[in-house]
Design a protein around this ligand. Structure first.
Ligand code: NAI
Length: 685
């Protein structure tokens, strides 16, 4: 049998092997191949069928390329049904990952044998859908309500060991095919013939509450829970029909489209790390503060030798303490042992006061204070201290990367790597291409990003790059709404309702008002041409000393850690409205969302137009992974496309009519609307 499914018979047992590299997805050809293999097995009158995958995967799920298309026969539920009712028992030899449709196939088998390293899961909800080939009906019959709620409702992926404990797999074996051939199964009923799981209203309620907390605004997890609940009271066929209907319904939903968009964007961003460059073995990190310590810790974890540089002895001591804290935390969370942590630090991490005794290194990352002169001095020292082949990177948040590079002997090896805090946790990495950055330097940095398992996004040089530039614009827009009549608590609540993890004022209270204040000062906001300066935040810092949670007062009052609106802030806001001659008015919630999100989109179009980002999807990734924009809305650019760019244009024109200084239609947007294009059509290169 040719094609992606192989068929062989030995000693009366059919071995059916799915061989659809790289990860054996259930593409149309695989479904056809499975149907043909089952026909052949039936014709051969075999006593048993063993189903397995070639390579390292059993079946990793559906074919992403078929996600958005209409289903084509044979459908997966039909294959699954055929397996379950096959005249001879079918046994799954789960040699590697069995995910989504792959696990649904395995569930329909009479028994499941997993390799020790296999992973299993039904992660459909993370793509805005529910399992569509029986997962929600068979899994609870097999393992009970609780484990099914956790696996399907959360889209959790588990290891073979846990799967065995919950009864999802029958045994673990290093040669699952050999075991699958011989495991006794005569008395075992098919999964679908097992009795319905016991109802448990409390467990369902708790799962719903948890889903609402964990993934607010998302439909799929709640639908999945409904389906699992239905399994407790509906006969299998009715449950399956309901599941299929829900699946087809969700598949074409806005949320599924958004989550698919993000999935593909992440995949192509991460693929950049595999496209060349060289592997680095040693690195220098300058500055062991919040960011530098996290970066050093992440690099050491990859097996890279790291020399951490501070200016003076107290700096070195602080850096040591910062790194030690990260290790202590990892030990506490069971990610490593105290012994392994100590050994790792002893062999691969050294601390240095100044540059005198620095070993040569492949890569250097600077994370010192956000100050142009300090940074330039650091790079001039690195230029002298390190070989001319060492790649030099700055972690600046806003500063002009081209200026930092001036004066380097070999500026081709310089670039920006903008990590997010905490640097060892956050997946986003803005990779900033300076005017002089060479292709080789970029490729090596992207390769490092890949090893760090980051999502790298390429950005050009401008104030704040992609993310902080949009953040600045977003906050400015919210401040203007304060001036015109909104209050911080309303803005926060409404934007949380839209799906942001936190509102803009809550975030500022968390990170400290002084940080943004220093930045505004550096950028000269007060006197910047063509810019509407809103003094509220500056007055809070200068006149009240309210710096956020760390001073127990910021945009909010904090009593026992609990935030409540502040009369003092409301008074400053009202005073500034008066001073600007504005009669305060009430803001409908929709207007707050429309203004805040449209501001992000307008800035996104400018960023594209200027070539700072090459792809609207990159902007979406930055806002989702760096600034907690709701993933299920697909990021601001995808969201704009779903709303329709003509609507975005109309909004900007309306806002511009009221406030010419703050709003304006980017040419790129006007052209896209004229040509009937969506954001996805604006990708370059
Ligand atoms: P930090 O204040 O925690 O750490 C800075 C460290 O650099 C301190 O340990 C200081 O002793 C050391 N340092 C200062 N001058 C030095 C010099 N000349 N030589 C060697 N060491 C020196 O600051 P943080 O938050 O780690 O920020 C560092 C850089 O990373 C800044 O450019 C910042 O804009 C950027 N960044 C910060 C993010 C954040 O969320 N905190 C996120 C992304 C970038």
């Amino acid at each position: 049998m040719s094609g992606p499914v192989h068929f062989a018979v030995a000693d009366g047992v059919a071995i059916v092997t799915i061989d659809n590299p790289p990860v054996n997805v259930t593409s149309h050809a695989v479904r056809q191949g499975l149907a043909a293999a089952l026909d052949a097995a039936e014709a051969a009158g075999v006593s048993r069928v063993v189903l397995t995958g070639a390579g390292k995967t059993f079946i990793a799920g559906a074919d992403a390329r078929e996600f958005a298309a209409a289903p084509v026969e044979p459908h997966l539920p039909d294959i699954v049904r055929r397996i379950e009712t096959f005249p001879a028992p079918v046994v799954a030899a789960i040699n590697g990952a069995a995910l989504g449709g792959g696990l649904e196939i395995a569930l329909a088998c009479r028994a499941r044998i997993a390799a020790p390293g296999a992973t299993l899961g039904l992660p459909e909800v993370t793509l805005g859908i529910v399992p569509g080939a029986g997962g929600t009906q068979r899994l609870p019959r097999l393992v009970g309500l609780g484990p099914a709620l956790s696996l399907i409702g959360e889209g959790r992926i588990i290891q073979a060991q846990e799967a065995e404990t919950m009864g999802l797999v029958d045994a673990i074996a290093t040669d699952p095919v050999a075991s699958a051939r011989t495991i006794p199964i005569s008395a075992r009923p098919a999964t679908g013939a097992l009795p319905a799981p016991q109802p448990d209203a409390e467990a369902i309620k708790a799962a719903r509450q948890q889903a609402a907390r964990r993934s607010p605004g998302q439909i799929a997890p709640l639908k999945a829970i409904d389906l699992i609940e239905a399994a407790t009271r509906l006969p299998l066929d009715e449950g399956l029909a309901l599941e299929r209907e829900t699946f087809l319904d969700l598949k074409t939903s806005d949320q599924a489209a958004a989550l698919r968009h993000v999935f593909f964007a992440e995949r192509s961003a991460m693929a950049q790390g595999k496209a060349g460059g060289r592997d680095i073995a040693s690195a220098v990190v300058v500055g062991g503060g919040n960011m530098g310590a996290g970066i050093a810790y992440a690099l050491v974890g990859l097996g890279i030798s790291v020399a951490l540089v501070e200016n003076d002895a107290p700096g070195v001591e602080r850096a040591r303490a910062n790194v030690a804290r990260l290790y202590a935390d990892a030990v506490k969370r069971g990610k490593t042992t105290a012994e392994a942590a100590a050994a790792e630090q002893a062999t691969r991490l050294s601390f240095h006061e100044g540059y005198g005794a620095l070993p040569p290194a492949d890569f250097a990352i600077e994370a010192v204070f956000e100050d142009m002169e300090v940074k330039r001095q650091v790079f001039s020292a690195l230029d002298r201290a390190l070989p001319e082949t060492t790649i030099l990177a700055t972690n600046t948040s806003y500063l002009d990367v081209n200026r930092i590079a001036e004066g380097l002997r070999h500026p081709g090896r310089f670039l920006g790597l903008h990590f997010f805090s905490p640097a060892h946790v956050m997946k986003l990495l803005e990779v900033i291409r300076a005017r002089t950055t060479s292709a080789e330097t970029l490729a090596t940095a992207l390769r490092l990003a890949g090893r760090l398992r980051k999502i790298p996004v390429l950005a050009g040089v401008c104030d704040g790059f992609i993310g902080n530039r949009i953040l600045t614009r977003y906050r400015q827009t919210c401040d203007i709404m304060l001036l015109e009549g909104a209050l911080p608590a309303q803005v926060d609540q409404v934007l949380r309702g839209f799906g942001m993890a936190m509102g803009p004022y809550e975030v500022q209270d968390l990170s400290g008002l002084d940080i943004a204040y220093a930045n505004r000062k550096r950028l000269g906001w007060r006197t910047k041409d063509g810019f509407r300066y809103i003094p509220i935040a500056d007055r809070i810092v200068e006149e009240t000393g309210r710096l956020g949670r760390k001073t127990s007062a910021g945009w909010y009052d904090y009593e026992g850690g609990k935030a409540s609106p502040s009369a003092q802030i409301d008074a400053i806001v009202a005073e500034e409205s008066g001073r600007a001659g504005i009669t305060r008015r009430s803001f409908p919630d929709e207007e707050i969302v429309a203004r805040a999100v449209t501001a992000m989109v307008e800035e996104g179009f400018r960023i594209l137009e200027e070539g700072i980002a090459a792809n609207p999807a990159d902007i979406d990734l930055v806002m989702i992974h760096g600034y907690a924009f709701p993933r299920w809305r697909g990021g601001p650019m995808h969201y704009a496309g779903r709303l329709g760019l003509p609507e975005i244009l109309r909004r900007i024109e309306t806002f511009e009519a009221q406030d010419k200084l703050s709003w304006g239609v980017p040419d790129l947007l006007r052209r896209a609307v004229r040509d009937g294009l969506g954001p996805e059509d604006l990708k370059r290169g």
